[in-house]
Ligand binder design. Structure first.
Ligand SMILES: *Cc1c(COP(=O)(O)O)cnc(C)c1O
Length: 382
């Protein structure tokens, strides 16, 4: 019996780019629409009524947004030229003199820019450990405009209860925005848990091939004032992605669910290997049963615990840098979520912010897991 209302699974949505085809020539793969402006006929009517000017009117970008919208289960999704541009578009909805509650110990680029932005706009900023429910509850006791959390957080891999954070944010009159970059919409759909805005750096696992910089915002209610303000900001202030990048993103996303499956499974095996290794002091990975957020992550994430982990190396910073230097397959580079595994000594990038000197952050790619474990093994023992 066929069920006409059956919803397609993420693997199908992604593999078929949400049904995008090339309308011009019938190609199974969509073309790239590069025009910066669109023609009118003799009666001055637009040939294509949805397209006036390419700052915010572009078919390739709309197709990539449709894939993301369906994966996220969102009312609407908008692409931005970077994750930071997406974050900035959300923050710009906060009125001067407003109040923002932001999770502490998250992606350093967010922390640093939001601090600076709030200071310039006379916005009160409170940074709290949102994974600690009591701390978030205390911060939400006073009215606020926006609550910003990151799940899992980078590089601490803390897990915040999104549904509870949404309740607390809404009680304070605030919108809840969730940066889910380390999870992707395949593992966590923040909007399903009550968030108002889901944000991802698409530069990371969503694109997955380390060749596009992009960001995305999605909403549960496209009529909500916060979303209308974001959409107006993108249209008017013009932080748009280029069509070529949107096309590459669509190509990358075709394998997103498949990549996540492999990356999560490999990360789980690598975390278990590291947790048992005598040269390792601790492994921060929500897939490990000893992780304080494990049970919550098991409820909140579908199909795996992600591809990102932090490892504390026994013997301090010098030892960690030696291990880092000996890795041969893991590329020493910032960023995460690509098909190639990466390692980063976070304290080098982010000195004096409380990141332990012995912390190495690993982003697990799609290489053979035994090759990756052998590489880690020789680097730890060397
Ligand atoms: C990389 C990253 C960002 C910023 O995204 P860009 O695309 O680099 O601007 C934001 N949040 C998290 C968690 C990230 O990892």
């Amino acid at each position: 019996m066929s069920d006409k209302n059956r919803k397609l699974a993420p693997a199908t949505i992604a593999a078929q780019a949400a049904g995008a085809v090339n309308r011009a020539d019938g190609g199974v793969v969509p073309g790239i629409s590069m025009a910066s402006t669109y023609e009118r006929d003799r009666d001055n009517a637009l040939l294509s009524p949805e397209n006036i000017y390419a700052r915010d009117h572009n078919e390739t970008i709309r197709q990539a947004e449709e894939v993301l919208r369906q994966l996220e289960g969102a009312a609407a999704s908008l692409l931005f030229p970077s994750g930071m541009a997406a974050i900035a578009a959300v923050l710009r909805t906060v009125p001067g003199g407003g109040r923002v509650i932001m999770q502490s110990g998250i992606y350093w680029g967010t922390t640093s820019w939001v601090r600076d932005f709030c200071a310039r706009r006379d916005v009160t900023l409170e940074e709290v450990d949102a994974a600690d429910e009591g701390a978030l509850m205390a911060a939400c006791a006073a009215p606020a405009d926006l609550v910003w959390i990151e799940v899992p957080s980078n590089p601490w891999l803390k897990i915040t209860d999104i549904a509870r954070a949404a309740e607390l944010a809404h009680g304070a009159g605030a919108a809840l925005a969730v940066d889910g970059t380390a999870a992707t919409p395949v593992l966590t759909r923040a909007l399903d848990h009550g968030a108002d805005i889901a944000m991802h750096s698409a530069t990371k696992a969503i694109n997955g091939h380390t060749d596009v910089v992009a960001g995305v915002l999605s909403c549960r209610d496209s009529d909500a004032p916060v979303w209308r303000a974001i959409a107006a900001d993108r249209h008017d202030a013009g932080a748009i992605l280029g069509p070529f990048e949107a096309w590459l993103l669509m190509r990358g996303m075709r394998t997103l669910p498949l990549r996540m499956e492999r990356m999560c499974e490999s990360a789980r095996r690598i975390a278990a290997f590291l947790a048992d290794h005598e040269a390792v002091e601790a492994v921060l990975y929500p897939g490990l049963e000893g992780h304080p957020g494990h049970d919550l992550a098991a409820r909140q994430m579908r199909g795996g615990f992600g591809y990102l982990m932090s490892v504390l190396i026994r013997g301090g910073k010098a030892r960690a840098l030696e291990v880092n230097g000996r890795l041969a397959l893991f590329h020493r580079a910032t960023s995460l979520g690509g098909v190639d595994s990466l390692v980063e000594h976070r304290a080098t990038i982010e000195p004096d912010t409380g990141i332990p000197g012995n912390l190495l952050r690993l982003s697990v790619g799609i290489e053979d897991v035994d090759d990756l474990i052998a590489d880690l093994s020789q680097a730890l023992e060397g």
